[in-house]
Write a protein that binds this ligand. Structure first.
Ligand code: DHK
Length: 140
């Protein structure tokens, strides 16, 4: 699950977020998921409430959540509350190393819910998170 502005991946601040598009990342995740015997739904929204709705849907339809909440990481109690209502594992991904950036990016509300956090590994972080998710779910 991807939050705001990640639809512009590859176009916005490539020196920070890289040159790959979100569609490229989605394709790479789908290919790895197939190797790991996982089914992945890959979503992006610029809207906090839509992300909350998808997290709530995952209560019925998802075993685990890998989320890059974008800027909502640093602001959204609503996303944290929704994740706290989800029973499965949650992994948080940030493409950039948020700890090396502005102070307002150093805190993430989601991190207190996440089993693990990946930051600064570029888009490879999504693939690392998927591998970890397969282990946490005991698949493969
Ligand atoms: C993405 C964003 O859009 C920022 O608002 C976060 C995160 C960092 C990332 O590194 O993927 O602060």
């Amino acid at each position: 699950m991807n939050g705001p502005n990640l639809n512009l991946l590859g176009q916005r601040q490539p020196e920070i977020y890289g040159h790959e598009s979100l569609a490229d990342v989605g394709e790479a995740c789908a290919a790895l998921a197939s190797d790991l015997h996982l089914t992945v739904r890959f979503h992006q929204s610029n809207h906090e409430g839509v992300l909350v709705d998808w997290i709530q849907e995952a209560r019925e339809q998802g075993a685990g959540i890998v989320i890059n909440p974008g800027a909502f990481s640093h602001t959204s109690v609503a996303i944290l509350d929704a994740l706290n209502a989800f029973d499965g594992p949650v992994l948080e991904v940030h493409i950039s190393n948020i700890h090396k950036r502005e102070a307002f990016r150093h805190h993430s509300f989601v991190s207190q819910r996440a089993e693990g956090v990946i930051a600064g590994f570029g888009t490879e972080g999504y693939l690392l998170a998927l591998r970890r998710m397969a282990n946490l779910l005991g698949v493969k």
